[in-house]
Design a protein around this ligand. Structure first.
Ligand code: NAD
Length: 385
């Protein structure tokens, strides 16, 4: 069964019939697979290979968010209890001001790897000399983005020494507007690479976007007042923060708490959460060279003794393209959030990440994380009977 050839050529019905026979699936189990929810099985079958069904996650709403003065409801898709409650509580505790946030334009990085470069120094000089010419061609090749205010902006070269000799990496900076940009950039890189190879007298290897989208940063900030959360809590909270800054085993879990909020919004809106995860952790590992892997959030006391929390991370997310058009609930989630652009969405995601990090640290520093969790587990068991 594991090497059943041509599974992808079969219709969905044929695949299910094979599964039933080979794995002795019951009729009830087949019904489970056929129940694909709001995503039709036909659509699911066009999205990936060897489709046999769809899985479901709860979709909930985090409340009380105010971002840059506007009230927001944040949709979250997640299987873990306490995440939505935690985000809502953290958002409530920083009212009436709420969060401030900002997001960079949607500049993504695409990389072309050049190997067997005859003369690396000369190759770099030639690319610099031909910059205007290359940019004219690059802009033409990214014309599909022009009407949305996007397109290629510039490029740079980096020489790397490797075990297999010197290589040149060409970095293209592309504004992808409201798209995530992976397909768009990969297509562009494949089209422009023969010209780059010709100018540099080299061979092209990889042509692929980078998920470390450091030109597409998003930031969020909130102040939790001492009158609301208590001075003692702030002291304990800052102790917890120092723990994360100075112990990578704690820091991994600290950042996981941030990703609870981030991934849940990314998933609810049909975005590529693997790209976001890869970017977030690569950034956490490189943002402070000296420290290695560190916290994506920052906490300190301001001059009034209130707790100021902030987050900064790269976010390659979209309100158009990818799976967003195919997943019916993704579009609905964007409507509920009121995200008109990828920047709107990025800011909400960053606020959710900061809120969930605050919520986890607040609970850990005071009552402990299990109390809230256990209440929800108790509710789950009640429902199960
Ligand atoms: P896409 O090609 O579906 O959408 C981009 C296109 O949408 C643009 O080229 C443009 O023509 C159009 N568009 C319409 N309105 C727009 C607007 N307002 N702003 C910008 N463009 C607009 O998708 P994509 O964003 O190029 O790629 C995303 C997909 O690629 C995701 O599904 C992702 O999972 C997948 N992917 C990811 C990786 C990775 O490494 N992360 C690699 C390959 C593919």
């Amino acid at each position: 069964m594991s090497n059943f050839s041509g599974f992808y050529k079969l219709s969905l019905e044929q695949r299910l019939a094979i599964l039933k026979k080979e794995l002795s699936l019951s009729d009830d189990e087949l019904i489970l697979l056929k129940n694909s929810g709001s995503l039709s099985l036909e659509s699911a079958n066009t999205m990936i290979e060897n489709t046999i069904g769809a899985i479901h996650l709860p979709l909930g709403l985090a409340m009380n968010f105010k971002i840059n003065g506007t009230e927001k409801i944040i949709p979250m898709a997640i299987e873990e209890p306490s995440v939505i409650a935690g985000a809502s509580k953290a958002a409530k505790l920083c009212l009436p001001d709420g969060f401030t946030a900002s997001a960079d334009p949607s500049i993504m990085i695409g990389q072309i790897q050049l190997v067997n470069v005859k003369n690396p120094k000369k190759a770099i000089e030639t690319l610099n000399a031909k910059r205007d010419e290359i940019l004219v061609l690059a802009k033409k090749l990214t014309e599909s983005l022009t009407k949305y205010g996007g397109g290629v902006q510039n490029f740079k070269m980096k020489l790397i020494e490797t075990n297999r000799g010197e290589m040149i990496i060409v970095y293209f900076y592309v504004n992808v507007a409201d798209a995530m940009g992976a397909n768009t950039i990969n297509t562009f890189l494949e089209k422009i690479s023969p010209t780059i190879a010709e100018y540099t007298q080299s061979e092209v290897r990889l042509r692929i976007l980078s998920n470390l989208a450091t030109k597409r940063m998003v930031r969020a900030k909130a102040v939790w007042k001492k009158e609301i959360i208590g001075e003692e809590t702030i002291e304990k909270f800052l102790d917890a923060y120092e723990f994360a800054l100075n112990d990578v085993y704690r820091c991994a879990t600290h950042n996981k708490g941030i990703m609870n909020g981030i991934d849940a919004v990314v998933l609810a809106t049909g975005n590529d959460w693997r790209a976001v995860e890869a970017g977030a952790h690569a950034y956490a590992a490189t943002k402070e060279q000296r420290k290695g892997y560190t916290s994506l959030t920052h906490y300190e006391k301001d001059e009034y003794g209130d707790l100021v929390g902030s987050i900064e991370l790269p976010l390659a997310i979209a309100t158009v393209g990818g799976a967003i058009n195919t997943l019916p609930t993704a579009k609905l989630a964007l409507k509920i959030l009121g995200a008109k652009s990828s920047q709107d969405l990025a800011m909400a995601i960053a606020c959710a990440g900061l809120a969930n990090n605050f919520a986890a640290m607040y609970a850990l520093s005071t009552t402990g994380i299990q109390e809230g969790h256990m209440k929800l587990h108790a509710r789950k068991n009640e429902i199960k009977g």
